[in-house]
Write a protein that binds this ligand. Structure first.
Ligand code: MG
Length: 301
């Protein structure tokens, strides 16, 4: 299933499934069939496999019988960030070539990290598809991009083995791990990566049953139509299962939490000469099978 959070005619956020260019309001479809489904993605994830099964069954029913008010054309709705996560765990230096470019441009270690390099972004950093990335020239002259596969947690996970890790994954999306390179402070990345709008997220969450191999997805990023990043998730240094096992050795992951699995090479800081985002730019992050997350950069002083 391809799940979207959207508004229609100034409605509150609604949970929809994308089917053949249409958005189907899952709660409305369920109500029509005299069953219940949550109207937001986080509650849907928390409702577990029962809700998932109900949604699949309803979406498999004869669409001619669906009520008009439950179906919208994709171009009639406004997409929002899929959900507000409890937490976002970021993974630094998780693609080999990015480790190399970072050691040249960002004073990070040349050696491959022996364990995942973890940091966090607050929920307030999340912004949706089409929403602006805020460029505040009083705080940064080095605003940078990082296209990443986002793993959305489905079931609470603590001390999970690599073998069991995928039992705790709900689905996948895209995060652009926006970073103000000149706001790292004594090596700490929180203010560099945690500011408002620094986690563009979406446009959809694709459920794990529709992503047969998340470790074999092409990902790429363009700025103003020019390709800057191009790689595949198979080049991750620490694969998804290892990340989940490592994080949950000490931190509980809860439904709706996000792991931003790291950026391939091709970030602006690694270019010769370096390139950074400025107001007026448009950034498009694409992950195979998930879609393209597009955000403009605006002046936000
Ligand atoms: Mg990153």
């Amino acid at each position: 299933m391809r799940l979207l959070t959207y508004t229609h005619d100034d409605s509150l956020n609604r949970l929809g499934a994308e089917v053949d260019g249409s958005v189907v309001d899952l709660a409305a479809l369920a109500a029509h069939a005299d069953v219940e489904l949550p109207s937001d993605l986080l509650s849907f994830i928390q409702a577990g496999t029962t809700a998932h099964g109900t949604a699949l069954r309803l979406l498999g029913s004869d669409s001619d019988a669906w009520p008009d008010e439950a179906v919208h054309q994709l171009d009639e709705v406004s997409l929002r960030a899929p959900l507000r996560p409890g937490k976002i765990i970021g993974v630094g230096l998780n693609y080999v070539e990015h480790v190399e470019e970072s050691s040249r441009s960002l004073d990070t270690d040349k050696e491959l990290p022996p364990r995942p390099v973890l940091f966090s972004k607050p929920a307030t950093a999340v912004t949706g598809p089409g929403q602006p990335i805020l460029h505040n020239a009083d705080l940064t002259a080095q605003l940078d991009w990082e296209c990443e596969l986002a793993v959305i947690i489905g079931r609470t996970a603590f001390r999970v083995t690599e073998e069991d890790a995928f039992d705790h994954v709900f689905g996948y999306s895209i995060i652009n791990d926006i970073s103000a390179r000149d706001q790292r402070r004594s090596g700490q990345w929180f203010f560099s990566k945690g500011q408002d709008s620094y986690a563009p997220f979406g446009p959809a969450v694709v459920t794990a049953d529709d992503v047969p191999d998340p470790m074999a997805l092409d990902l790429s990023l363009r700025v103003n139509g020019v390709t800057k990043q191009k790689s595949n998730t198979r080049h991750m240094l620490f694969p998804i299962a290892r990340l989940i096992a490592d994080i949950t050795s000490g931190v509980t992951l809860e439904p709706g939490d996000i792991i931003a699995t790291g950026s391939p090479s091709g970030v602006g800081a690694g270019m010769v000469p370096p390139e950074f985002l400025t107001p007026g730019d448009t950034v498009e992050a694409t992950v195979q099978g998930i879609g393209t997350l597009t955000n403009p950069v605006i002046d936000a002083r």
